[in-house]
Design a protein around this ligand. Structure first.
Ligand code: SIN
Ligand code: FE2
Length: 223
């Protein structure tokens, strides 16, 4: 008997295997430990190409504060903030051109992670790419600039570990603090879709994949 290897990898089988290290965070939210670990180097290679067209920049909040997290985007629309407010923009305001397209490797990890967390059919059109330098942080916020909230948020951590804050539906709920390491993926949707979340100040460290940084890919269905 000859064992014929399937010509296309079985996305769902691999998602199920890797889903064995799923940690529930809340109803509709889970951490998929090391889900993207095998893809991390390929994701970083794709990121380098994105950065040639759309480099990291520190955006300004509507209140006039410079964000400590440096950001860029890929996909049909990118999340931006400036003095006029928050929005999804089809154009990169820095270059005046469309954002770079979302690489297949990005799309695939987002879709398979969503399936593993119980959200089939996730087709992100936007990926916000965050770079945390030592001391950079993200205060508690909801992701609510998307057009509809039926799609989940899928968030991939690469490089230096960070403390992720995962609160509740109201800002004043005390958040859980969970350490996210390179390759961990957090998915929140359904009843958890508008959960307040953030990232504690990044510690100084060095990681073979990212040097002194943490990179986070946040996939959304924005439009
Ligand atoms: C975000 O909320 O946009 C990023 C979360 C993270 O960096 O883990
Ligand atoms: Fe967020």
């Amino acid at each position: 008997m000859r064992i014929v290897k399937s010509p296309t990898p079985d996305l769902f089988a691999s998602a199920a295997d890797r889903g064995q290290r799923t940690e529930p965070l809340a109803e509709g939210a889970a951490i998929l430990r090391a889900f993207a670990a095998e893809d991390a180097a390929a994701l970083m290679r794709s990121l380098r190409e994105i950065l040639e067209a759309a480099s990291f920049r520190h955006m300004t909040t509507p209140g006039g504060f410079r964000m400590s997290v440096a950001m860029t985007n890929c996909g049909t629309a990118g999340w931006v903030t400036d003095r006029t407010g928050y929005r999804y923009d089809p154009m990169d305001p820095l270059s005046g051109r469309a954002w770079p397209p979302m690489p297949q490797s990005f799309r695939r990890v987002a879709a398979t992670a969503a399936v593993a967390a119980g959200f089939a059919g996730f087709e992100p059109d936007s990926c916000l790419i965050n770079r945390y330098d030592p001391g950079a942080r993200l205060s508690l916020h909801q992701d609510r600039n998307e057009r509809d909230y039926t799609a989940p948020i899928v968030s991939v951590s690469l490089g230096i570990a960070a403390v992720f804050l995962f609160g509740g539906a109201k800002r004043n709920e005390r958040p859980k603090r969970v350490l996210l390491e390179s390759g961990d993926v957090v998915v929140w949707g359904g009843p958890a879709r508008l959960t307040f979340h953030g990232v504690a100040p990044l510690a100084e460290d060095n990681h073979p994949l990212t040097g002194p940084h943490r990179i986070n890919l946040t996939f959304r269905k924005a439009l």
